[in-house]
Design a protein around this ligand. Structure first.
Ligand code: ADP
Ligand code: ZN
Length: 433
């Protein structure tokens, strides 16, 4: 199902023409209306006349999160505040919150891109969608909300939390789709199982999960636990919120809505574009937003892009699963470790619950690396030897995948905190030193 076929299946050359026109327009807009961008361009000796096609984008300066903090709260708005009809702020996973503003037109772009996302995942106007992302300054709740209304589906604006009630209403209202973080989806699956409500009394078929990195193994786990198909939705506050892109029925890469959000992949050290298909840092330019456009915003998310036509018929570029943010990467005894690699190993092994906590510390000038996991009841044993064998098995697997062996700590069932929003998988005590 394709919400906007003209755009989503547009011929590549046509798309580049459209992107070129829009880039020129947005550069003129920020040059004349945002002193921050004008100054940056002037320092580089650039004027809007230097930008004539989308390939000229590489001439433009980058924008980073610190720029948003430095201009807190409204310094990057490109329209008078009287034009701004909505504010959001990032949930502040890292550092202080950043603030973004939307005009009425920006909100309609957002509901368009979320509608495309939901449609790609198979949600129609006949479906009830339970939105269990947080409502408020966080973009998740209201972002999904606008998209569901746009396609004419029925929104169940649950927000996150109140897990028992979530399940009751999901059951009673016949929600066909659930939108939340993958970690909350896991928690809901676990809670449904414990509730005793028969799974076949639920109408749930589709999950729209994002806002945090998750692995292919996590997808399998959630699909199995909730009896659904789970799709990856991607977005970030600075660019618009959720719905910058989403997976289609092929579940083979996240289509980015590149007529609105132009993606580039750069090498984070040289800042040069990588070769086509290579992994690097994702950078976005908003091509149509008026309120607070972003020029070459460095997301710090690591991924790669694939421009081949998808099995679904869309030409819209596909992004690989996000490996993680560059600032989520742990360097433990010199080895680069992404939490997503640890997750992948744990979820590969049926003996363990899909919940984990990584604890890193420094003792006597050496990094310590501990992974806490829960054993599934059916694999639990009172015999010390059996538990030891289990620990050795997972530790060896970590060694082979990550290149470094953690200490495995088996903790009590349900003692790892379940998350209702973005899960916290890492405690790095070294940062406190
Ligand atoms: P914060 O920066 O406070 O976490 P945001 O909600 O804006 O607030 O977070 C956006 C970030 O969340 C993205 O830059 C990315 O790191 C992560 N993210 C969002 N969606 C996904 C996804 N589908 N897969 C992996 N990471 C995601
Ligand atoms: Zn597709």
């Amino acid at each position: 199902m394709i919400w906007n076929e003209t755009i989503e299946c547009m011929d590549r050359e046509e798309m580049r023409k459209l992107q070129s026109i829009r880039l020129k327009r947005v550069v003129e807009h920020v040059y004349h209306n945002t002193p921050f961008y004008r100054k940056k361009m002037q320092e580089m000796g650039l004027t809007p006349d230097d930008i004539n096609s989308i390939s000229d984008i590489v001439k433009l300066p980058f924008t980073v999160k610190q720029d948003l903090r430095d201009n807190y709260p409204f310094g990057l708005m490109a329209v008078p505040m009287s034009e701004i009809v909505r504010l959001h702020a990032s949930s502040g996973t890292t550092g202080k919150p950043i603030v973004v503003g939307y005009t009425r037109k920006d909100l309609s772009i957002w509901s368009e891109t979320v509608a495309r996302s939901l449609y790609a995942a198979g949600v129609t106007r006949n479906d009830a969608v339970q939105v269990s992302y947080g409502y408020g300054l966080f973009t998740g709740g209201l972002g999904l909300h606008g998209g569901v209304e746009n396609i004419g589906g029925t929104v169940i604006p649950m927000s996150s939390g109140n897990t028992q009630k979530q399940i009751q209403l999901m059951h009673d209202f016949g929600a066909k789709a659930l939108a939340c973080t993958p970690s909350y989806a896991l928690f809901l699956g676990e809670t449904i199982k414990e509730s005793g409500l028969p799974r076949d009394e639920f109408q749930l078929k589709i999950g729209i999960f994002g806002a945090e990195p998750w692995t292919e193994n996590m997808r399998k786990e959630i699909e199995e636990s909730l009896g659904i198909k789970a799709y990856d939705i991607y977005g970030l506050t600075e660019i618009i919120g959720p719905g910058v892109g989403c997976e289609c029925e092929c579940q083979n890469g996240t289509h980015l809505w590149e007529d609105h959000f132009f993606p580039e992949i750069i090498d984070p050290t040289t800042l040069e574009p990588v070769k086509p298909g290579e992994q690097g840092e994702l950078v976005f330019t908003t091509l149509t937003k008026d309120g607070m456009p972003m020029i070459r915003y460095r997301t710090r998310d690591l991924t790669a892009l694939n421009y081949s036509v998808c099995g679904c018929g869309r030409t819209a570029v596909r992004m690989d699963r996000i490996l993680g943010r560059s600032d989520d990467m742990l360097i433990i005894r010199g080895v680069n470790v992404f939490p997503s690699q640890v997750e992948s190993v744990i979820l590969e092994m049926p003996e363990f619950e899909p919940h984990y906590l990584i604890v890193v510390d420094r003792v006597n000038n050496t990094d310590t690396f501990q992974v806490q996991v829960e054993v599934r009841p059916e694999y639990y044993s009172d015999e010390v030897n059996k538990i030891l064998a289990l620990k050795n098995k997972i530790a060896a697997q970590m060694q082979s995948v990550i290149g470094i062996q953690p200490e495995i700590k088996i903790v009590e069932p349900r003692s790892i905190e379940r998350s209702m929003g973005k899960a916290k998988h890492v405690i790095d005590n070294r940062k406190l030193i």
